[in-house]
Design a protein around this ligand. Structure first.
Ligand code: AMP
Length: 458
């Protein structure tokens, strides 16, 4: 078991970056009332084979947050990990979005912070728990989930992601204690470099989607971040990855200490609830097919995936001009616009989202009825990620993928991953008739914010 971590003096020693000067300002806490609530208002019957959150003796304010978000029984990753992580064991989890991994690590963090309040003076920018995620969308969603679960605690959640107002994030950091910090690597390093954030007192650290961090070339940045936190014997580290490649396993060895390993099969629960279709078509017919599918009555809300930004933009413009309420999520869209698009989609003001893999990854909006793969993904795992956007939270969903002469070679690895369980078929004739043509392509967008340094294709 690790040493308890309230004593900041030993943590300072253990940190590789303990020389930083701290802002001299003590910051204030909000006071949240927890009156008039107890577990009698959150009754979940015991069911054999299921784990309840009640079974972990969690703090009342956290249980109230869990009740509010509507969770009753633990998902498999939560049931398997919490017994260890609540004891401060390190953990490596093979799990993707859709498994409930976010709540697994958030509940661990929140319970740890509540059980170990800090009475000593704390300073602005000192973070107790750090979560790093590869994309802005994912970081924002984790922070939203954390804020919901922390609703009845006095813990503050901060989000540091690129593309959003730096000075706003900075002002909040200066004025409010920083309990849980969710960040993308680049923006976090900017804040650390300016001494607005101090990581030498981090007690729990989460590295989410480690395989994606590798793909996106973020590992040197993540390494720099981890080097600013206490050494691994003095922090709890939880690392998640959808795949355990040799490279990911090397990182696990470097960054965790005696971790418990938990493997959850790739979104099997989610894909069981998704009806999958693969339509063989010609490239020139894809838009008609898409248009007619979206016109069908059972399509309440849909995400359309394409591989490239320009394809996404062209699709969004065409669908919009043909009467759909469509949002665009891709790397070329400014972050604040992406957030407002997601909110409009959640509210039902938009009923179609067109997205690239990176921008669409990690979006967990319940109630999406259809996922349409306008182009087949190059990485078979992205197929699983894409279709996992539907069929969530106990509902069923439909995924329809188009394979044409240009991308059908991507089918083989996808079929292998799926165990050849989804037959290819010709689309019904009526889905190819009476549709308008795609509009003319507009010129590429320019000047819409800074060009992202990594993975600019998406
Ligand atoms: P994640 O894998 O973290 O992206 O979570 C997938 C979805 O499952 C999110 O919409 C969560 O709100 C939801 N979720 C997580 N844990 C539970 C639970 N124990 N019960 C019901 N829904 C959950």
């Amino acid at each position: 078991m690790k040493p308890l971590k309230e004593d900041s003096s030993h943590k300072d020693q253990s940190s590789e970056n303990s020389q930083q000067s701290k802002p001299a300002k003590k910051t204030a806490r909000k006071n949240k009332s927890n009156k008039a609530w107890d577990l009698s208002q959150f009754q979940v019957p015991e069911i054999e084979g299921k784990t309840r959150f009640h079974d972990f003796d969690l703090s009342l304010p956290l249980m109230r947050g869990i009740a509010d978000v509507g969770f009753e029984y633990c998902s498999p990753i939560q049931a398997q990990s919490l017994p260890y992580t609540l004891q401060r064991r390190d953990m490596v989890g093979k799990a993707q979005t859709g498994t409930g991994k976010t709540a697994a690590f958030l509940i661990t963090i929140i319970e740890d912070l509540l059980r170990n309040p800090i009475d000593e003076e704390r300073f602005a920018g000192e973070t107790r728990a750090l979560i790093i995620a590869p994309t802005r969308e994912l970081a924002i969603q984790i922070a939203d989930d954390a804020t919901a679960l922390c609703k009845y605690t006095d813990l503050n959640v901060h989000t540091l992601v690129g593309g959003m107002d730096y000075s706003k994030q900075q002002t909040r950091l200066h004025n409010e204690l920083n309990d849980i910090l969710v960040a993308t690597p680049g923006r976090l390093l900017d804040f650390c470099g300016n001494e607005d954030v101090h990581l030498d007192l981090v007690e729990v650290m989460v590295i989410d989607e480690a395989d994606r961090m590798l793909d996106m070339g973020f590992i040197p940045q993540v390494r720099r971040i981890i080097n600013q936190t206490p050494k691994k014997a003095f922090r709890q580290t939880l690392l998640f990855s959808a795949t355990f490649t040799p490279q990911v396993m090397t990182l696990m060895e470097q960054w965790t200490q005696d971790p418990v390993t938990i493997e959850i099969e790739p979104e099997s629960a989610a894909t069981d609830t998704v009806d999958q279709f693969i339509y063989l078509t010609e490239a020139q017919d894809k838009y008609a097919l898409l248009y007619n599918i979206l016109k069908q009555e059972d399509v309440e809300s849909a995400i359309v995936f394409a591989n490239r930004r320009d394809q996404c933009r062209h699709l969004q413009e065409s669908l919009q001009s043909h009467g759909f309420k469509v949002g665009l999520l891709s790397g070329e869209i400014a972050q604040n616009k992406r957030v407002s698009t997601l909110n409009a989609f959640k509210k039902g003001d938009l009923n179609v989202l067109v997205a690239t893999d990176v921008a669409g990854r990690g979006i967990h909006i319940d109630g999406i009825s259809h996922v349409i793969n306008f182009t087949l993904p190059e990485e078979p795992e992205d197929y699983i990620h894409r279709i996992g956007r539907t069929g969530r939270a106990g509902k069923s969903g439909t995924s329809i993928s188009f394979a044409c002469e240009d991308d059908s070679f991507n089918l083989i690895p996808i079929q292998e991953l799926l165990g050849n369980s989804v037959p290819c078929q010709q689309p019904p004739e009526e889905l190819l008739l009476d549709a308008p043509k795609m509009t003319k392509k507009s010129s590429p967008r320019t000047g819409s914010g800074k060009r992202p340094p990594q993975n600019s294709r998406r």
